[in-house]
Design a protein around this ligand. Structure first.
Ligand SMILES: O=P(O)(O)OC[C@H]1O[C@H](OP(=O)(O)OP(=O)(O)O)[C@H](O)[C@@H]1O
Ligand SMILES: O=c1cc[nH]c(=O)[nH]1
Ligand SMILES: [Mg+2]
Length: 211
């Protein structure tokens, strides 16, 4: 467990969508739509304590004190490629939050992440960052993405995934104990080629039909 905590979103709607993602027979079109919907549900839970600003508004009936998420409070960062499937759902929920991208690909032999792209929104150091990637397997990709966010001056980060392996959670606890993890499930283990078991396969390939 990470010191900052692991939240498993066990809501029936989230679990139903997770089952669709896990099924090998689910085609990319349904996988993409479902990952997007689950991204919104997981982000909703991960942002439960996001600070809001007071704002005076007029309803058709009266003036009142209301609350809103101020511009600059939140940024979303997606770990390419598969993270984009979740990030689209977060953008459905919070369309004004800027979205950054960190390009990482896992080397099939070493299972270590290789960097190939970085594009972060201006002023990201002042925002809380929701870092999204469906799979936390060895944890190498998430930990490296967090290293890059820290180097850019980000202080508060939450990591949202669909599936976490115990090995990935242990890696996060060691490298980034202050980063909370929100996931739809914790699976049993990694197999000999670093895939989550029972898992859902290669999230990027299933999202983009590149299997
Ligand atoms: O926890 P780890 O062991 O680092 O593995 C998880 C990473 O592997 C997958 O990406 P992949 O490298 O397959 O890239 P893709 O999204 O482009 O398919 C996944 O989306 C994570 O980024
Ligand atoms: O099971 C896994 C592990 C890493 N990356 C994936 O896409 N799936
Ligand atoms: Mg992949």
């Amino acid at each position: 467990m990470t010191a900052a905590g692991v939240t498993v979103v066990d809501h029936p709607v989230a679990q139903h969508k997770l089952t669709l993602l896990r099924r090998a027979a689910t085609p990319p079109s349904l996988f993409r739509r479902t990952l997007r919907e689950l991204g919104a549900l997981l982000a909703y839970e991960a942002l439960r304590d996001l600070p809001v600003a007071a704002v005076r508004i007029e309803t058709p009936v009266a003036e009142m004190d209301a609350s809103e998420i101020a511009q600059g409070t939140l940024a979303v960062v997606s770990i390419l490629r598969a993270g984009n499937g979740l990030a689209d759902g977060v953008s459905d929920l919070l369309p004004d939050a800027p979205v950054g991208h960190i390009g990482l690909r896992r080397d099939e032999a070493t299972l270590k992440p290789e960097r190939y792209y970085l594009n972060l929104p201006r002023g990201i150091g002042r925002a809380r960052v929701l870092l999204v990637d469906p799979m936390l397997a060895t944890g190498g990709s998430a930990a490296d993405a967090i290293d890059q966010l820290r180097a850019a001056g980000v202080r508060e980060i939450r990591f949202v995934c669909v599936l976490a392996a115990p090995e990935g959670l242990a890696h996060m606890a060691e490298r980034h104990p202050d980063v909370p993890v929100v996931t739809a499930a914790i699976d049993s283990r990694l197999n000999e080629v670093g895939y989550i078991v029972p898992g859902l396969g290669d999230a990027g390939d299933r999202l983009y039909g590149t299997v």
